[in-house]
Ligand binder design. Structure first.
Ligand SMILES: C[S@@+](CC[C@H](N)C(=O)[O-])C[C@H]1O[C@@H](n2cnc3c(N)ncnc32)[C@H](O)[C@@H]1O
Ligand SMILES: [Zn+2]
Length: 322
C-alpha cells in the first residue's frame, strides 16, 4: 500500500514538488494506493503496482534471484525461524545448525547503537532495507519508517510480510539449510508492529522526500555496495534534517562488481587515510559535516554449511549532522 497519509512527506526525486496519488479515486477513500501512479506538480510519474511504488528502475543483479531472496529472509529472520520451527523441522532442514546456534540477532543488537536517539515522533528511512527486518524493528520505536531498496524481489518479500502479517519462508532453499529435494514453507506470525511501515523500490539517487525532511537514516551493509560512497552520503544529506542522525554499518566487503577499487574506503578512496576503512568512513563523514556519536563492532551470522559457519564483524557507526 502507498499510504496516502505519507503524501505529506513525499516529494518528487526529480524536481522536489509534492507527490499525489492518482488512481480511479479509491486511494482517497481507502487511505492507500494499490494500483496507479504517484504524480508530481511537474508531471513526473512513478508507477504503483500491487501496492509498491517504484522510484528507480530495479537493478538486474543477484539481488533479484529468488534463491538469494530466501537467503536474505533466512538471514534477517533467523531468530524468528528458530523460535517458530519445531525441533523435528529443524532437525530435517537445519543440518548445519544455522538457526539454532547463538541467540542474538544483528538486527536487534544494532539498537544498542541507535535506539536511544529514536522517538515516536521520528520519521526514519531504512536505505537498502532488503527484506525489511531492520525496518520492522525500527517501527517499534519510531513514528514512521520507510524501507527503500532497488531490488524489486526483496521489496516484494518485505511487503508480503507487511500485507499478510506473516513471514513465509521456504527452508530447503538457499545455502542456510539442508538443500535437498524437499522444502518446507513456514508461516510465522509477525512479532512487531507494521502499521507505521511502508516499502518502496528506490535507491539513494531517487529518494522521494523533500530536502531536510527526515529525522534519521539507517543503512545497514549498503555503503560497500554502492558505486560511490561519497555520492551516496550526499544524497542522504539532502533529505536529512539539521542535527538528524545516520547509522551506517559495513563489513567493508568491497567487490569490483559493485564499487570501482579507487572508491574503496580504507584503500585511499576520496583521499581518505589508507589502511583502516573505519577511519576512512569517519573522515569522509567529517568532511560532509557529521560528527560520530558512537561506534561498535557487531557480530552478524549470515550463512553456513556443514563445514563452516560464517560470522562477520560489522562496523556500525552513528553520526549526527552538525
Ligand atoms: C548486503 S545487502 C544489506 C541489506 C540489509 N540492509 C541488511 O542489513 O541485511 C545490500 C542491499 O543494498 C541494496 N542497494 C544496492 N545499491 C543500493 C543503492 N544505490 N541505494 C540503496 N540500496 C542499495 C541492495 O539491493 C541490497 O538489498
Ligand atoms: Zn517532479
Amino acid at each position: 500500500m502507498v499510504q496516502t497519509r505519507l503524501e505529506t512527506v513525499l516529494a518528487c526525486p526529480h524536481c522536489g514538488t509534492a507527490l499525489q496519488s492518482k488512481d480511479a479515486g479509491t486511494a482517497a477513500l481507502k487511505g492507500e494506493l494499490l494500483e496507479g501512479e504517484l504524480v508530481c506538480e511537474k508531471h513526473h510519474t512513478f508507477p504503483v503496482k500491487d501496492g509498491i511504488a517504484a522510484f528507480c528502475v530495479p537493478l538486474k543483479n543477484k539481488y533479484e534471484e529468488e534463491i538469494f531472496g530466501q537467503f536474505y529472509l533466512q538471514t534477517h529472520y533467523r531468530d524468528w525461524i528458530a523460535k517458530a520451527a519445531s525441533k523435528d523441522q529443524l532437525a530435517t532442514f537445519d543440518l548445519p545448525g544455522f538457526f539454532t546456534r547463538g541467540d542474538s540477532s544483528y538486527y536487534t543488537d544494532l539498537f544498542t547503537i541507535f535506539g536511544g536517539v529514536l522517538s515516536k515522533a521520528s520519521t526514519v528511512v531504512d536505505l537498502g532495507c532488503s527484506v525489511g527486518r531492520l525496518t520492522f524493528e525500527c517501527a517499534r520505536h519510531a513514528g514512521q519508517v520507510i524501507g527503500i531498496d532497488p531490488s524489486q524481489l526483496h521489496i516484494r518479500h518485505a511487503r508480503d510480510i507487511l500485507r499478510t502479517k506473516e513471514l513465509h519462508v521456504t527452508l530447503g532453499q538457499s545455502q542456510n539449510a539442508y538443500a535437498g529435494e524437499k522444502t518446507l514453507t513456514l508461516h510465522i506470525p509477525v512479532m512487531i508492529p507494521t502499521r507505521n511501515v511502508e516499502f518502496f523500490v528506490g535507491d539513494d539517487a531517487s529518494l522521494p522526500f523533500a530536502d531536510a525532511s527526515i529525522d534519521m537514516i539507517i543503512s545497514s551493509a549498503v555503503i560497500d555496495r554502492v558505486l560511490d560512497a561519497e555520492v551516496f552520503i550526499r544524497h542522504c544529506s539532502r533529505i536529512l534534517k539539521p542535527h538528524g542522525h545516520i547509522l551506517l554499518t559495513a563489513p567493508f566487503n568491497w567487490q569490483e562488481i559493485f564499487t570501482p577499487p579507487e572508491k574503496w574506503l580504507g584503500k585511499g578512496g576520496y583521499g581518505t587515510p589508507n589502511g583502516s576503512p573505519e577511519k576512512a568512513l569517519d573522515a569522509l563523514m567529517k568532511c560532509h559535516g557529521y560528527r560520530r556519536i558512537r561506534a561498535q563492532n557487531i557480530p552478524w551470522q549470515t550463512h553456513c554449511d556443514q563445514r563452516y559457519f560464517f560470522m562477520w564483524s560489522i562496523y556500525a557507526a552513528l553520526f549526527q549532522k552538525i
